[in-house]
Design a protein around this ligand. Structure first.
Ligand code: ACO
Ligand code: KIV
Length: 555
């Protein structure tokens, strides 16, 4: 990098818009969406999609709910032309969907594009030419009037040549893009858009689409919003114009630029699923749409099976959705860190389905986009007790008492530290079982029976201690009390029961009971034992044996 001062790059000039309105507005409805996956997305792929892949992708876009879909650049190649023909000839375009095609402002390409569109019902013909000073200088070697004429000539040419198609029942709307709009002087972008509109002659019923692309993102999103608001307020036929956004993501702020552009007055948004597109990509429509949804605005697009959409996307584009991609990435509903897990578990446990979503650290209910709850909390050495308790509860049904979280949390944290990697849910379950449920030494419970007389319970138990069989009997105010008293007659460590909790595990014929018992030893240590059995009484007796064995193991 150049050392300071940086002279190689220039600051982006601000827009003179002292009375800007967009900062005071909020978004209250979804824009008109246009997917450009099959054009801008496709043109950026090392291996563009085949016709079959495009067909599958098109069907997915329709299913999601897109009503405007840019299907390609039919004059660019045979494959693009053929795809357009197949959509039309095989009647694959639903009656309420507009197909959009892109074309340079060149007569031969317009003619070829019109050939591709024969028989289509609803078409948005999208013409573009670059208007920025650098594009004028380097690409066209032309001054402003010549650049404006490229656009107006193309629109006149299209108007003159589309008549046969229109006569055969094709409804054609015009979209015009002053490419690299955000790098163009605003007065010139306005001049070209006005000149194009003069020729097209839109009405309030048949509006022109003026698409104002951030072909390359050079400025901060507030500058983009200023540019859009400036255009919205200076166009003479705003009521006959749909203002469309088309942001790219070179500075990583395509989504922000689009959202501020919507505040600034735009009606329509072009973008792609997961932001595929040139360089750093087009705007990610999934993110903008679901951002709206999480503010209580239905986006009119259906992402309730995002995993399926992602699968088709990855297969057809041969790109991967990154793990951190909003709403769709592998890890976006996952917390590894302890304090996040603690907050998630607490807010999850108290949430009510009748109240607005308020689970901490998770801005959208994963189920709304077809994601599972399983991945919400995953465990490694950064994790805490709340996360471990969450996994044992959500994956295996153990509702551990709050006081027990600390010791199981420490146990699992030590294990994660020792392995140096993420622990799977079965590994956590195994560790829990080994520590609490499967300890059979030195004390083994062989049999346990109780008889009740008046309000006294007598227990008869057979245990073995280090392989030595022992018969125990005692009375108490309940089975636990009687068993603790019976154990007190042995040389085993003495303890008192501090707390007891139990619940059922599983449902129906498979249901078992699980008990958690907290004991305090004569040396003042407190710890838990746990036991599982089809018989609730036995579950608690096993929990005592578990606590006893854990006490002995710690000595
Ligand atoms: C920002 C965007 O994403 S715009 C869309 C970009 N997408 C694509 O380019 C994919 C499809 N494109 C193609 O297949 C080809 O570029 C074609 C078929 C359209 C044109 O191919 P070719 O004519 O062989 O080449 P090429 O694109 O280099 O044409 C450049 C010429 O067109 C001119 N040109 C470029 N864009 C435009 C435009 N929008 N309108 C009019 N003329 C244009 C250039 O000035 C240049 O003219 P010159 O030959 O006099 O110097
Ligand atoms: C053709 C235009 C809209 C484009 O793709 C861009 O400017 O990025």
């Amino acid at each position: 990098m150049q050392s300071a001062p940086v002279t190689k790059y220039r600051p982006f000039p601000p827009v003179d818009l002292p009375n800007r309105q967009w900062p005071n507005r909020t978004i209250t409805r979804a824009p008109i969406w246009c997917s450009v996956d099959l054009r801008d997305g496709n043109q950026a792929l090392a291996q563009p999609m085949s016709v079959e892949e495009k067909l599958e992708y098109f069907e997915m876009l329709v299913k999601i709910g897109f009503k405007e879909i840019e299907v390609g650049f039919p004059s660019a190649s045979q494959i693009e032309f053929d795809f357009c023909r197949r959509l039309i000839e095989e009647n694959r375009i639903p009656a309420d969907v507009w197909i959009q095609i892109l074309c340079q402002c060149r007569e031969d390409l317009i003619t070829r594009s019109l050939e591709a569109l024969h028989g289509a019902k609803r078409v948005i013909f999208h013409l573009y030419n670059s208007t920025s000073p650098a594009q004028r200088r380097y690409v066209f070697n032309a001054e402003r009037p010549a650049i404006r004429d490229i656009a107006t000539h193309a629109v006149s040419f299209l108007k003159s040549r589309m008549a046969p198609l229109v006569a055969q029942g094709t409804h054609i709307r015009l979209e015009y893009s002053p490419e690299s709009f955000t790098s163009t002087e605003l007065d010139f972008a306005l001049e070209v858009c006005e000149a194009v509109t003069d020729i097209w002659q839109p009405t309030t019923a048949e509006k022109i689409i003026l698409n104002l692309p951030a072909t390359v993102e050079y400025a901060t999103p507030n500058v983009h919003a200023d540019q859009i608001e400036w255009m919205c307020t200076h166009l003479t036929r705003r009521d006959r114009t749909i203002i469309s956004l088309h942001t790219h993501n070179d500075r990583g702020t395509g989504v922000a630029a689009t959202e501020l552009g919507m505040l600034a007055g735009a009606d329509r948004v072009e973008g792609t699923l997961f932001g595929n597109g040139e360089r750093t990509g087009n705007l990610d429509i999934v993110t903008v749409a679901l951002n709206l949804y999480t503010h209580g605005i239905h986006p009119d697009l259906d992402f309730s099976d995002i995993n399926d959409i992602r699968e088709v996307y990855e297969r057809c584009t041969r790109l991967e959705v990154p793990a951190r991609q909003p709403y769709a990435g592998e890890l976006v509903f996952t917390a590894f860190s302890g304090s996040h897990q603690d907050a998630i578990k607490k807010s999850w446990d108290t949430r009510k389905s009748t109240e607005p979503w308020d689970v901490l650290y998770i801005p959208i209910d994963p189920a709304d986009v077809g994601r599972s709850y399983k991945a919400i909390i995953r465990i490694n050495s950064q994790s805490g007790k709340g996360g471990v308790a969450y996994v044992l509860e959500h994956e295996f049904g153990y509702q551990l008492p709050k006081l027990m979280h600390k010791e199981i949390g420490r146990l699992i944290n030590d294990l994660a530290d020792a392995t140096g990697r993420e622990l799977t849910a079965p590994e956590i379950h195994d560790a829990f079982q080994q520590e609490y449920l499967q300890r059979t030494a030195p004390v083994v419970l062989e049999t346990f029976k109780t008889t009740e007389r008046n309000s006294t319970v007598k227990c008869d138990a057979k245990i073995s201690i280090d392989g030595q069989a022992r018969k125990l009997t005692a009375e108490g105010n309940g089975p636990i009390d009687a068993f603790v008293r019976a154990l007190a007659e042995t040389a085993l460590p003495k303890f008192e029961v501090l707390s007891y909790a139990e619940h059922s595990l599983g449902k129906g014929a498979e249901a078992r009971a699980v008990s958690y018992i907290q004991v305090k030893t004569e040396r003042g240590h407190t710890l838990f034992g746990a036991g599982v059995d089809t018989n609730i009484e036995l579950a608690s007796i096993k929990a005592i044996v578990s606590a006893l064995n854990r006490t002995l193991a710690k000595r």
